[in-house]
Design a protein around this ligand. Structure first.
Ligand code: COA
Length: 344
């Protein structure tokens, strides 16, 4: 009898479990632009090469002295709070995905919280490189679905210019600065985050990384002289894995949720390279008009690319639309998500 009663309660609980919805999007990019023409003056490259190999035309760079990733994130959060008419006092948790923290500690989310008047709100960072936003979304969603918190902010923010070597033509053409933020709340209907898959494999550690500055190679005269505090990337190797894994995880998300290319209204891909995005869309059988692409304007802003796409497209998104997110980045890390958009 007792067992039966418990089972009944467990079933009720499962039925009561609500989805997590994204109820608002905020964003911020610095005003200053770094164009392909500017880069032509800095390294041996040209506009045609950059456009055809990557799809990038210009990026935004945070040049103001004394400003860092937390300032980008704080602006995105302020935009989000204003758009959703939310007081910071209503927020239960802030999570920030970044690979360019202002400093090792305190965390960038602590600093963002302080800059937006968060008081004693709990906050922490997630490091999963270009997949950081999907990792942070998966984390934030757990707090809502468990009923621990009512309102969680997930930020993706990176000041990539701080770790970009502007004498290395292989990498300096790729990256830009920016931040995006979303508000997570419990959904009252079947709209919300339906499914997320995240993966990692440390096999990629030496093909895309910042060699020095951590506990393995602490900063020294030598590491500075050897330019080891900047991004190093073996582009060709990373490209081969990225093009497969990002498409694989997008296809997996579709299969798990019985989605065809026609069912998907928007693909929101990480913006590392237009050719990787195109390959993912082809694999999903999704036509180009349904793919959010803003790489030409911002370049690769790492953890910020996906929320910045949602920010750029927010006026076009309608309640009930099926959206697939897909990302791949350093680590390696990769991930995908299926969201039924929750508002118009
Ligand atoms: N301008 C002109 N020529 C350049 C150049 C530049 N900015 N950068 C590299 N080249 C040259 C190379 O030196 C090479 O010349 P070589 O054949 O004489 O050696 C040639 O162009 C081809 O370089 P390669 O690295 O093979 O180009 P690519 O087609 O692989 O494109 C990337 C380079 C970086 C755009 C591409 O590899 C890439 O997007 N990689 C994955 C990025 C990614 O997804 N990262 C993970 C998430 S952040």
């Amino acid at each position: 009898m007792i067992t039966k009663c418990c089972n009944f309660r467990a079933i009720l609980k499962i039925k009561e479990k609500k989805l997590t919805k994204i109820s608002g999007v905020g964003g911020f990019v610095p005003a200053e632009k770094l164009t392909n023409a500017d880069l032509e003056k800095m390294v041996d490259t040209n506009d045609e090469w950059i456009r055809t190999r990557t799809g990038i035309v210009e990026r935004r760079i945070l040049k103001t002295p004394g400003k860092a990733t937390s300032d980008l994130g704080a602006e995105a959060v302020k935009d989000l709070l204003a758009k959703t008419n939310t007081d910071i006092a209503e927020i239960d948790l802030i999570i920030c995905a970044t690979v360019t923290p202002d400093m090792f500690f305190p965390s960038t989310s602590n600093l963002i919280s302080h800059k937006v008047g968060g008081g004693e709100i709990p906050s922490f960072d997630i490091a999963a490189a270009c997949s950081g936003f999907i990792y942070a979304l998966q984390t934030g969603r757990q707090f809502i679905e468990a009923g621990t918190y009512k309102k969680v902010i997930v930020v993706g923010a990176d000041k990539m210019s701080a770790i970009t070597d502007y004498t290395d033509r292989n990498t300096c053409i790729l990256f830009g600065d920016g931040a995006g933020a979303v508000l997570l709340e419990a959904s009252d209907d079947d709209c919300g985050v339906k499914d997320i898959r995240i993966y990692s494999n440390g096999i990629g550690a030496e093909t895309l990384y910042q060699k020095a500055g951590g506990s393995l190679n602490p900063a020294s005269m030598e590491t500075v002289k050897n330019r080891e505090h900047f991004i190093y990337q073996d582009g060709k190797s990373v490209f081969k894995v990225a093009v497969k894994k990002m498409a694989d995880v997008a296809a997996e998300i579709m299969e798990r949720n019985n989605l065809t290319g026609d069912d998907v209204k928007w693909l929101v891909p990480h913006q590392a390279n237009k050719r990787i995005i195109d390959a993912t869309a082809r694999r999903m059988n999704v036509t180009e008009d349904k793919v959010m692409i803003n790489i030409q304007k911002y370049g690769n802003t790492t953890a910020a690319t996906i929320p910045l796409c949602l920010w750029d497209w927010q006026d076009q998104l309608k309640k009930g639309e099926n959206i697939v997110l897909a990302a791949f980045g350093g680590g390696y890390t990769w991930g995908g998500a299926y969201i039924k958009w929750a508002y118009s």
